[in-house]
Design a protein around this ligand. Structure first.
Ligand code: PXP
Length: 246
């Protein structure tokens, strides 16, 4: 089976830093440790309200990183301008609501197709790989394909929530949907990524999906780093992913 990449999301290193308005812990240092621990890429989400990652963090990451940066952003003119200035390896378009604690659902591509097609065209022209964060829904995948995205990232949040709540029938139904939609997207020629809410307990069935090429994981890894250190936290995730893959 093809290799599965791990993108480590460092947003919540910045969350801890910002809780005190200090300079530490430093997301760039976390990114470098993540690389040593076996990450294949770094993900950072610059939110409109800058609640975790800041403009300065993106600048510092672009300067310091040897790993590819996956820049998560909402489809706004401000973010497009920032992305075009930095030209990160990848741009992942996510929905964003001010009041949400985290990215709650996937992007409504089907409803906003025309705008999104125009929005991503300059990013693609600038050489960024454009990924669209969506629910495992055939309509959204078809729309992502039509607007010219190269990658879809399937939202695993509902699958993880059902697991955590012990709603195992619903979890399995969601896993079945993710399985079918990963294959559907792959058949259309899209590269398939997945992420949101993944933990040591939930990662393996997703890592085992042969069409999934990359997982993006953040909150759990940063939380687990409190107990075992960031490198060990990432190494264990990597081990579980590799075991599921074989
Ligand atoms: N993928 C996308 C598109 C996201 O928005 C997020 C959260 O920022 C993640 C993956 C990672 O989710 P988590 O932090 O729950 O692992």
């Amino acid at each position: 089976m093809t290799e599965l990449r791990l993108g480590v999301n460092i947003d919540h290193v910045a969350t801890v830093r910002n809780a005190r308005g200090s300079a530490y812990p430093d997301p760039v240092r976390a990114a470098k440790l993540a690389e040593e621990a076996g990450a294949d890429g770094i993900t950072a989400h610059l939110r409109e309200d800058r609640r975790h990652i800041t403009d300065g963090d993106i600048e510092a990451l672009m300067e310091a990183l040897t790993l590819p940066l996956n820049f998560e952003m909402a489809a706004t003119p401000e973010m497009q301008k920032i992305a075009l200035r930095h030209k990160p390896h990848a741009v992942c378009i996510v929905p964003e609501k001010r009041e949400e604690r985290t990215t709650e659902g996937g992007l409504e591509v089907a409803r906003d197709e025309n705008h999104l097609a125009h929005f991503i065209a300059p990013l693609r022209d600038a050489g960024c790989r454009v990924s669209i964060f969506i629910a495992a829904d055939q309509r959204q995948i078809e729309a992502a394909h039509r607007i010219g995205a190269e990658v879809v990232e399937l939202h695993t949040g509902a699958y993880c929530d059902f697991h955590a709540e012990g709603r195992l029938d619903e979890r399995d139904a969601e896993l079945d949907r993710l399985t079918r939609m990963a294959s559907f997207a792959n058949d259309l020629g899209l590269e398939v990524h997945a992420g949101h809410g993944l933990t040591y307990d939930t990662v393996q069935p997703i890592a085992a999906l042969p069409e999934v090429m990359e997982l993006n994981i953040g909150h759990f890894l940063v939380g687990e780093a409190i107990f075992r250190g960031l490198e060990a936290s990432i190494q264990e995730m990597r081990r579980l992913m590799d075991a599921a893959r074989t």
